[in-house]
Write a protein that binds this ligand. Structure first.
Ligand code: CA
Length: 765
């Protein structure tokens, strides 16, 4: 009997263990407030809490700032002005198609600066799919949960004869219509920040669960008008309820970029009448757990371990928010989209809100591992369809082409996906778009290639041309040409075409100055620009100086080593990045841009993790056979430059890029040059990681001895065999397997440091 009981207990405990193992809630580790303690002058992420489903069409955020100022929600604010449907990818790109809801009690004050109410973080719950807050001044609790396109609100009012909800359709032209007989409001928000056709509009629909006591509309000066309909530069509406007996008002909201009719389809499909709030809430949690559980990490049982888990799953959340789906499903369930490129309603997927200058580095590589099937649809929706609809591949879309940043990094993203076996998109159209971009300047400086003529003829863009940021463009085009070269071989293009891009991939050599071992502006006559100021930001470079861009040779670090005079000189130069004073010359901008201030605060010399150009360079020690220096610095960044609190990023988060850097680096490797199919090994953060691959296989990363002191790789085993390469191949990862890191607290100068250990370089091919 006792024996049976013991057996029973053991069985029960074991089952309990298995249960918690497979059903662990990862959502609880996500802190959407990371990156919100931020400002124009200093970015600790420049994020807002995006209450959303993964890749959702519509996000929602509590709003503390003024609509249109870019900083929608800042942690230090103590007042809320509304709950806003937002599509903003970054404060620098700003919002479009936004509208908001806000409760009030008694007398109506509808404008943003009049309706705002105090709140504090103690009364706030913030999860990826759920938000709630108590507004003490009106004794009202607001909570909402979301689906891909819709949201479900509960306003819990106190006893009052006039409990109001204010709807703001915002500026830059809007329309509103109250339908009291049906407890509904419909509206149109036309606000946008550029890049869209004249007919751009967000058609929103709102359904309340009870009749209005009163309702009306208001204009941009805040004047209440007893009508049911209004259009103008800035309009809104209000509805009032008698909540003396029942304080709860439930509100369902949805929208469409196509029509009101489509918005109702979106609403009733995602929030069917039969479903209650708690069911949608549970579905939201499940949708996030489905994704987050694809990588299970185990950390040591300590504050350090917990903080690392929060950092990891919060970064995971940020990495799968963007690019957002912009398409919708019609009454027959067919995928259709409003084209932000030509204004038509067309078939097929559309994805947007992404700056490829940032995300080609690690976000898209992350998708190639976990989401190959979805990535094919994203390629069709973010590359192929935009090219068909506008004649250009996007580089920064939100939702149409936006003029921001440089490069033609769409080439890297497309080539990487195709070379990694992702074939469910129209590669011929995409390749056509790549060639088009490589030969032409676009309608905006960020689209096509600004300086294409000079670059293709001279092999670099001269400093004394009218084209700004010419060295940065030359370097990025050269890596993009490497990507095209690899893709052209795969597609069996003509030999002359293949050779053309092979040659152009070497163009980075044209802006290297061996007298200083820096990348440097070059004149039309072939002389270097003078005087040369290595720490001058902008000018020949983009949001960085030569200190950062000198390493922008992702595809050929060996070539750069050769240019610098060999391995020793290369390491010396790379060491100097981290040991130099963080000086800067910012005369190009006329003021100290936030990226410079962020570099100064890091205590890592000229290394500027807060911006993208140099984020890969720590891994360059592996190419120079000194991988222990990579390991040491990677762990410093993981431990010190990422946090679990609202100030947790050391610069702009940028649509998942800075987060994806953490995801990869904490797993123990990073895609320095995505198109090469390789991941360069650093120092894993967790004791145990299980990656569930889409083919049903698992990839295990085991580093049991790992602690915050045992940061150096002593030796590695891949699938039980000693492994001395300091990089991994994509195929070794995706076919499943086990990678064991033995870690220790002092460097092992032998592991991964031989000539045969180093990752791919074009010069070694
Ligand atoms: Ca950036």
């Amino acid at each position: 009997m006792i024996k049976n009981l013991i057996l029973y207990c053991i069985t029960f405990l074991f089952c309990g263990f298995i249960y918690t193992q497979t059903n662990e809630d990862y959502v609880k580790y996500v802190n959407p407030l990371i990156g919100t303690d931020t400002s124009f002058e200093l970015s600790n992420g420049n994020t807002y809490p995006a209450i959303a489903r993964p890749w959702g069409m519509n996000f929602w955020t509590p709003q503390t700032g003024k609509m249109g100022d870019g900083w929608a929600y800042t942690y230090k604010s103590d007042q809320l002005v509304g709950f806003k449907q937002t599509h903003q990818p970054s404060p620098w790109i700003n919002d479009y198609g936004a509208f908001s809801l806000m409760p009030s009690i008694g007398k109506l004050s509808v404008l943003e600066n009049e309706r705002k109410l105090k709140f504090n973080h103690d009364n706030e719950i913030v999860e990826p799919h759920y938000y709630s807050v108590v507004l003490d001044e009106i004794n009202t609790k607001v909570e909402f949960t979301v689906t891909d396109r819709s949201s479900f609100f509960k306003f819990n009012f106190p006893k009052s004869e006039n409990s109001n909800i204010i709807i703001d359709a915002f500026f830059k032209n809007s329309e509103i219509k109250v339908i009291p007989d049906e407890n509904k409001i419909i509206g149109i928000a036309k606000n946008n920040s550029g890049g869209v056709p004249e007919n751009f509009a967000n058609y929103f629909v709102i359904e309340f669960n009870r009749p209005f006591k009163k309702s009306g509309v208001w204009d941009g000066r805040g004047k209440i008008i007893s009508k049911n309909k209004l259009s103008g530069k800035h309009v809104g509406a209000y509805v009032s309820f008698d909540t003396t007996d029942n304080g709860l008002v439930e509100v369902k909201v949805s929208s469409s970029f196509i029509s009101h009719e489509q918005a109702w389809i979106n609403l009733y499909r995602e929030l069917p009448k039969s479903k209650r709030f708690h069911e949608i809430l549970a579905e939201g949690r499940k949708s996030w757990n489905n994704e987050l559980s694809k990588i299970k990490v185990k950390a040591e049982n300590s504050d350090y371990g917990l903080s690392n888990k929060i950092k990891f799953y919060s970064c995971f959340y940020r990495t799968i928010l963007f690019p957002r789906q912009f398409h919708e499903y019609n009454i027959d369930g067919e995928q259709i989209h409003y084209s932000p490129y030509n204004g038509e309603i067309l078939e097929g997927p559309l994805y947007t809100d992404n700056g490829f200058w940032d995300t080609f580095r690690a976000v898209f590589p992350f998708y190639t591992i976990l989401y190959p099937e979805k990535l094919g649809e994203i390629m069709q929706g973010i590359m192929v369809n935009p090219y068909k609809e506008s004649g250009w591949l996007p580089e920064w879309s939100s939702p149409g082409h936006r003029d921001c940043m440089i490069g033609s990094n769409s080439a890297s993203i497309i080539a990487e996906a195709f070379l990694k076996g992702i074939k469910n998109f129209d590669i011929d159209v995409a390749y056509d778009g790549i060639i088009n971009s490589s030969e032409n300047e676009g309608p905006l400086s960020s689209v096509g290639r600004k300086g294409a003529f000079e670059y293709n003829n001279l092999g670099y863009i001269p400093f004394d041309s009218s084209i700004n940021e010419n060295v940065a463009r030359t370097l990025e085009y050269a890596y993009n040409d490497f990507s095209i070269w690899k893709l052209a071989i795969e597609l069996d293009r003509p030999k002359s075409e293949i050779e053309l891009f092979e040659n152009r991939a070497n163009n980075y050599k044209n802006v290297f100055d061996s007298s200083t071992n820096f990348m440097r502006g070059k004149l039309k006559n072939g002389n270097f620009q003078s005087p040369f100021i290595p720490d001058a930001w902008g000018g020949a470079f983009t949001e960085g100086s030569s200190w950062h861009y000198t390493w922008s040779v992702l595809h050929d670090p060996q070539g750069l080593i050769n240019l610098m005079g060999g391995r020793k000189d290369f390491v010396k130069k790379l060491d100097e990045v981290f040991t130099s004073e963080p000086t800067s010359n910012f005369s190009y901008y006329g003021f100290k841009i936030h990226e410079i201030l962020e570099m100064e605060l890091l205590n890592m010399g000229q290394y500027a993790h807060g911006n993208q150009p140099i984020q890969h360079a720590i891994y360059f020690y592996n190419y120079a056979q000194e991988p222990w220096k990579t390991q040491e610095k990677i762990r410093y960044v993981l431990d010190n430059l990422y946090g679990a609190e609202a100030d947790g990023y050391c610069g702009d988060e940028d649509n998942g890029q800075t987060s994806a850097w953490f995801l990869f680096s904490s797993l123990g490797f990073y895609p320095v040059a995505p198109v090469t199919m390789e991941y360069v090994i650093g120092s894993p953060l967790f004791n145990y990681v299980e990656i569930s691959l889409p083919n049903g296989k698992k990839f295990i990363i085991d580093s049991t001895e790992n602690t915050n002191e045992n940061i150096y790789v002593d030796n590695v085993k891949l699938n039980e065999k000693q492994y001395n390469k300091n990089w991994l191949h994509h195929d070794d990862l995706t076919k499943g397997g086990k990678l064991i890191f033995n870690m220790k607290n002092t460097p092992n100068f032998d592991w991964g440091s031989s000539k045969s250990s180093i990752p791919y370089s074009m010069s070694n091919e």
